[in-house]
Design a protein around this ligand. Structure first.
Ligand code: FES
Ligand code: FES
Length: 897
């Protein structure tokens, strides 16, 4: 029974407030929806993530678990109540906020800690923050920030031409620490309808809808219902035009649990109160052995292949040969922000503001579904509270768009944690076999790889995974004979899509663990084995592509010292005896940046107004990785003006040119290259206007652009120039598309123009009685070509390692069982080891200022390095991930025989 509203009086951020609320309603709800204090975030509504942490009389509590009545007469402090504290400044200085969705919860928890203990130790801080999850940072920089709140100056803004490489705070950092950053759930236009989806309880199933009108009439207020019948366009979407197979709303048949079959919309109080289990729909089981899609009778979506030389013959000739089998399960992205967004009409244009990694693609598929031309849909990416690949696919955009189009009212939808986990994409489960051989000196002579990747009910990024895996399954090594196949297969299970690495992290597990066995057989140190076989400048890959700017041997050389020390540590620890065994592992990575052998251009516009304002139209969605900052750094230096003068116009399909998707570690390289060109083109234009040489210095002072070169000085009075339709008197717009060559039927070609390289050393302690693995240290060496922003780059490494560690040891998504953040475990502060990061700068001839991508690379070596360390410690190779204690113990039993 709904309890009547009562006036609850409390003090919020020092101000007394009296609110008529249901006393049982969540404090988080009251703060966010009642008072508009949306700095407090909601990631789970179940006490698992800590994003909603506020202070109640100075003590941290989960606002989602605190009834409003419990706060009566007490003092509540939210992130809005912090005013440029030292802690907030420290978060900025240390780059402790990436996507920023966890930041308010972290700040509040740390504020309480520092209040009671101004000088905590690292382990005290780890313990205090242990209940707040962060999926981006790996926690290192958050802990650094909490432990370093002494007043410190923000790094000075760099001079003209000195942005790239500078220790520059992220340009969009302040709203992340003051609570004003606006995510998908944070914008609520007046009068917005609330939208919920009716979803399938299992799959495969057929369904029929019952008497909708009778059900609507029985509710406490007006409820709109929309089904597939209401969709005016093509009820299909996907991410690759040739593989568009997913309905926005299912029609009579569902292929996966959680598939949406109807929408309900209305006033928030009415919609929240609905019991959707009464919705009139009849479900019947469909045969599980029928093909998932009639178009693919064998459930094979697509196969990818790379063949070079004669792998079978080479393996026959090889001195040492090893073979293996590795399986991995579903891995959930577990970003802290569940999908959310809002739609409204702007004249006859449908505007949608939602979390996303791909605004142009969202616009085009949403328009197609709704039967609109693309120019009648405007996509405005909200701040995105973590993506890691899953927010590349459409989720609620066409659903809220449909409601707004049909009703003319703004429509708002916020996925629950369970809805987010059940219905969005995952990392592909894999089942892989391989064989690798070396000659008597330990040089690789041949390799085979064969992998099945479960792509779930719809294609999503399955074709990309099956294409990328054979290209990368060799690892960054020279292998003259190679035969690799990867298949993406349909199933009636959750959709697998893009997740940091597109299948490459799975493939690296098999290859890198087999390498350790080969090194052992050949009697070569495992690091040296990799050095012996690493790709070198001028060598060709398994695709026959000759590479330049290859920093693989540089990364391995940088790890020689940490490797030696880690081995000595393990030996010394093991000499002590006991049930704890210690081990060290190493693994490498390479990863091609951008799309595989197909165009993926980015376009950047930079302009100066008559008033002397400098604007960068930056359409690459910053999901926390830092593209807003990095792209601006590159453009500012190419132009020759200080970055402090550059204002960023964020991604918005109505205002920014197409910068493609935030995927494939492509934004620094591809959009960075467009930014380099745009900055350089605008500079050229200015130099030509003033007849100055290449070395001239630019200064923007009010309405005057001053250009000087030695003794010569000229001025441009900007106010006298004619403005274009965008209001710019000086402007440049440039496009960059990677020069790739598509793969032939044997996978030969030049699939990527730029690759990045890296290797990591992991140290572990294994409890041989319980099978529990503790990662005690990681050293990561990555070749970035050029480090554009050291703070952001290091944050990417630490965050990627955290996700790799989770994949190795704890993360396993089981449909219908782990659709929440207490059964699906991700690393917390206490799981993360100290991480040393080493950056190498081997310039890439194609990358902007030599830069290469980084975002996905950093996750790839972590899990195989950990598995190799477990094997080093125990002699047992775990061949099914995650390496949960029972699997570690089973692998050890197998070794003992
Ligand atoms: S939203 Fe309250 S703990 Fe997750
Ligand atoms: S910065 Fe912590 S979840 Fe993104």
């Amino acid at each position: 029974m709904t309890r009547p509203f009562e006036t609850v009086t409390l003090t919020i951020n020092g101000e007394p407030v009296g609110l008529p609320v249901n006393p049982a309603s969540r404090l988080s709800e009251v703060l966010r929806e009642g008072l508009g204090l949306r700095g407090t975030k909601v990631g789970c509504d179940a006490g698992d993530c800590g994003a909603c942490t506020v202070l109640l009389d100075g003590a941290p509590v989960c606002a989602c678990l605190t009834p409003a009545a419990q706060a009566a007469g007490r003092h509540v402090t939210t992130v809005e109540g912090l005013t440029a504290t030292r802690l907030q400044q420290s978060f900025l200085r240390h780059g402790a906020a990436q996507c920023g969705i966890c930041t308010p919860g972290m700040l509040m928890t740390a504020t309480a800690l520092l209040e009671r203990n101004p000088n905590p130790t690292r382990s005290e801080a780890e313990e205090a923050l242990g209940g707040v999850l962060c999926r981006c940072t790996g926690y290192t920089r958050i802990l650094d920030a909490v432990l370093d709140t002494a007043p410190g100056d923000a790094p000075a803004m760099p001079e003209a031409g000195q942005s790239v490489g500078a220790m520059l705070e992220r340009l969009d950092g302040v709203p992340k620490v003051d609570g004003t950053e606006s995510y998908g759930a944070d914008h609520a236009p007046e009068g917005a309808l609330l939208v919920r989806a009716v979803r399938a309880p299992g799959a495969p199933m057929h369904f029929t809808l019952g008497d909708l009108e009778a059900w609507q009439a029985a509710q406490s207020g007006p409820v709109h219902v929309f089904t597939a019948e209401d969709i005016l366009g093509v009820n299909r979407f996907g991410v690759i035009p040739a593989f568009v197979d997913q309905p926005a709303l299912a029609q009579s048949h569902v292929r996966m649990r959680g598939e949406a079959v109807a929408l309900v919309a209305g006033e928030p109080a009415v919609i929240e109160a609905l019991d959707l289990s009464t919705f009139p729909v009849t479900w019947t089981d469909a045969p599980k052995d029928a093909p998932v899609h009639d178009t693919h009778p064998d459930d094979l979506l697509i196969a990818g292949v790379v063949r070079r030389g004669d792998a079978a013959a080479a393996l026959k000739r090889a001195t040492y040969v090893v073979s293996g089998h590795m399986r991995t399960g579903y891995v959930e992205h577990a970003y802290i922000e569940p999908e959310a967004g809002v739609a409204w009409m702007e004249g006859d244009v449908l505007a949608i503001r939602a979390c996303t990694q791909a605004p142009i693609m969202d616009r085009d598929y949403t328009a197609r579904i709704l039967g609109l031309p693309p120019e009648r849909v405007r996509m405005i990416p909200a701040a995105t509270g973590g993506g890691f690949g899953a927010k590349l696919d459409l989720s609620l955009q066409p659903l809220i768009g449909l409601v707004t189009l049909k009703t003319g009212r703004p429509a708002r939808m916020i996925y629950s944690r369970a809805e987010s986990m059940a219905t969005t994409t995952k990392r592909h489960p894999s089942d892989m076999r391989g064989e690798i051989g070396v000659d008597a000196e330990g040089r690789l002579v041949g390799m085979t790889f064969d992998g099945d990747f479960n792509t779930g009910a719809y294609a999503s990024w399955g074709p990309t995974v099956s294409g990328r895996v054979p290209v990368h399954a060799s690892g960054p090594y020279y292998i003259p004979n190679y035969d690799a196949d990867a298949r993406a297969n349909y199933s009636y299970e959750p959709i697998s899509g893009a997740f940091r690495g597109f299948g490459v992290p799975q493939a690296a597990l098999l290859q890198e663990t087999l390498f350790d066995e080969l090194a052992e057989k050949a009697g070569i140190d495992r690091l040296k084995f990799r050095q012996l076989n690493a790709l070198r400048d001028g060598q060709d890959t398994v695709c026959g592509q000759v590479l330049h700017g290859v920093g693989m041997t540089d990364c391995l050389e940088a790890l020689e010292d940490p490797w030696g020390k880690a081995l000595a540590w393990a030996e010394a620890e093991n000499a002590k005896g006991g049930h704890m065994r210690h081990g060290v592992g190493i693994a490498s990575c390479w990863y091609g940046c951008g799309n595989t052998g197909i165009p993926n251009p980015s376009t950047i516009r930079v302009g100066i107004t008559a008033q002397g304002e400098l604007y960068l139209h930056q359409g690459a969605v910053d999901i926390g990785q830092g593209s807003n900052t990095v792209i601006a750094q590159i453009c500012a230096d190419a132009l020759g003006l200080p970055i402090a003068q550059m204002q960023i116009i964020d991604a918005d399909t109505a205002r920014t040119p197409d910068c493609g998707k935030t995927s494939g570690s492509r934004q620094t390289y591809v959009t960075g290259s467009a930014a380099l060109r745009a900055g350089a083109a605008l500079r050229q234009r200015i130099l030509q206007m003033t007849n100055m040489g290449e070395d001239a210095t630019l200064r923007l002072e009010g309405q005057t652009l001053k250009v000087s070169d030695g003794q010569a000085a000229r001025h441009i009075d900007l106010s006298t120039l004619e403005a274009d339709t965008n209001g710019y008197v000086l402007v440049a717009e440039e496009t960059y598309d990677p020069p790739t060559r598509s793969l032939d039927e044997n996978g030969q070609g030049a699939p990527y123009a730029v690759y990045g390289y890296g290797a990591q050393v992991a140290s572990v302690a294994v409890d041989t009685r319980l099978g529990i693995v503790k990662v005690t240290h990681i050293t990561a060496a990555h070749d970035l070509g050029r480090v554009i922003n050291p703070i952001l780059a290091e944050g990417q490494v630490q965050g990627g390692i955290a996700q790799g560690l989770g994949m190795a040891l704890m993360e396993e998504y089981v449909p219908d069982r782990t659709e929440n953040l207490h059964d699906y475990l991700i690393p917390t502060t206490g799981d993360m080891p100290p991480i040393d990061t080493i950056f190498l700068e081997v310039p890439d001839p194609e990358g902007p200022m030599g830069a290469k991508g980084l975002g996905e690379h950093v996750l790839i070596p972590t899990a195989p390095a950990i598995l190799n360390a477990i094997r080093h410690a125990t002699g047992a190779l775990v061949t099914e991930l995650p390496a949960l204690p029972h699997r570690v113990l089973a692998a050890m039993r197998e070794v003992k025989g």
